[in-house]
Write a protein that binds this ligand. Sequence first.
Ligand code: FAD
Ligand code: MLT
Ligand code: ZN
Length: 480
Amino acid sequence: ATCERYAVRRLPFARLADGDVAFFERLMPGRVVTGEEEVKPFNVDWLKSVRGCSQLVLKPQTTAEVSQILRYCHERNLAVNPQGGNTGLVGGSVPVFDEIILSTALMNQIISFDKVSGILVCQAGCVLERLNEYLEEQGFIMPLDLGAKGSCHIGGNVATNAGGLRLLRYGSLRGTVLGLEVVQADGSALDCLTSLRKDNTGYDLKQLFIGSEGTLGVITAVSILCPQKPKAVNLAFLGCQSFAKVLETFTTCRAMLGEILSAYEFMDEKCMELVERHLKLSSPVTDSPFYVLIETSGSNSTHDEEKLNNFLEQAMASGLVTDGTVATDDKKIKMLWSLRERITEALTHEGYVYKYDISLPVGKLYDLVTDMRARLGQSAKNVVGYGHLGDGNLHLNITAESYSHSLLDAIEPFVYEWTARYSGSISAEHGLGFKKKQFIQYSKPREAVVLMQQFKAMLDPKGILNPYKTLPSALESSTC
Ligand code: FAD
Ligand code: MLT
Ligand code: ZN
């Protein structure tokens, strides 16, 4: 049984039959995965915290194949779980029961890139890091960057509306994605793959699919606006003695760095301890309760360095920052970024990770960590905070040797009530997936949830696309 931990019952979808597998084998010979061991990696999420029991993975190469798969599944009433790089953190990327996994792993072709406009059109299964490497050769970069870049697919990024490390500078995918091609639940393709900056002809339908986590359609291609690769990148890694100083450093650097500021990230000392212990990374900046990472990206290194140095002088002189290092060369920049980017990985070495991704008024950001630490006491191994401070986004993570229901009860719904009290969001960037869908009401009014359910019913009347995810269901008891 998959879902003892969560009370959920399998919906009355059809069960996979031999004839179904034979149909798919004919449709895409050699790209149909069966067998428990072969399917297993697709059934388990990155955090190894949820597991489905699908018996079939399909790897289409073209939009036409995705259409044929969905037309067939729609007719047969077979449930489907779209999957990209399977790096999602809310249990949305793996089946809950026996849903067929539709993987975009082989939809990895770049369709076009226009050097004048900076607009890239590609299939949904392109790996984010490969796209960035391709663009760098032409003097451009992707407008988003995240720790999972080596595995996540652009389609998965769009489906989750991933934020990441560059959002402060280049904005969210809701602005940079210009067009999408989507296959709907009944197999019909919707071609909204335009490459226009401006297009006010009717409703902006692509926005419905951005962040819809595979519940409204399968994204098959993406048109995205890419910025120029900055000529000068600098990174400052600094130590602060209190969270109040982290905040004041942010306001000071925003004022002094202006348009060249491209990231403002923070982590607490516990995060640093974990990346050093588990990943053998070593930080040149030590002995601080908080660390901040400030990145500048611009077109003139002399100008940018002068601005950064002026800021650093002021920050040191006024006692905002007590220790720090600056990097301008690629190798050191990468090394410093890894201290922040690899916290997620370091945490998994500690046992079971309870992961929260919260938007809050920036001044309240760390109070939630402090309150949670006091609340949980010795029952948690670690209570840590890090995240995209410049975007008002806290990653609160709690670890324990293994999963415990009583610890979960101590955390939830407290964490959601706390967030709602300050009008925050219970999911800033990871989505709701399977793990958080029952808590949507902490961040959305009932009327909004009802409207979402109506959209879902209209676009996927049989509910075959990523069932049990994103939208709340009545709680029921379960077996697989
Ligand atoms: P998957 O995990 O495969 O799927 C995610 C969801 O999208 C699922 O619901 C799935 O059904 C759906 N989906 C996938 N592809 C499609 C498609 N083509 N059409 C329709 N639906 C689809 N997120 C952030 O926002 N910011 C971060 O900084 C960040 N850092 C991360 C760092 C690490 C180390 C890890 C492991 C994850 C991180 N994430 C972050 C989580 C983030 O959601 C994913 O990394 C990424 O956006 C998901 O892409 P994916 O291809 O792996 O999608
Ligand atoms: C990050 O910012 O590191 C990611 O969102 C992953 C995480 O929350 O651990
Ligand atoms: Zn994040």
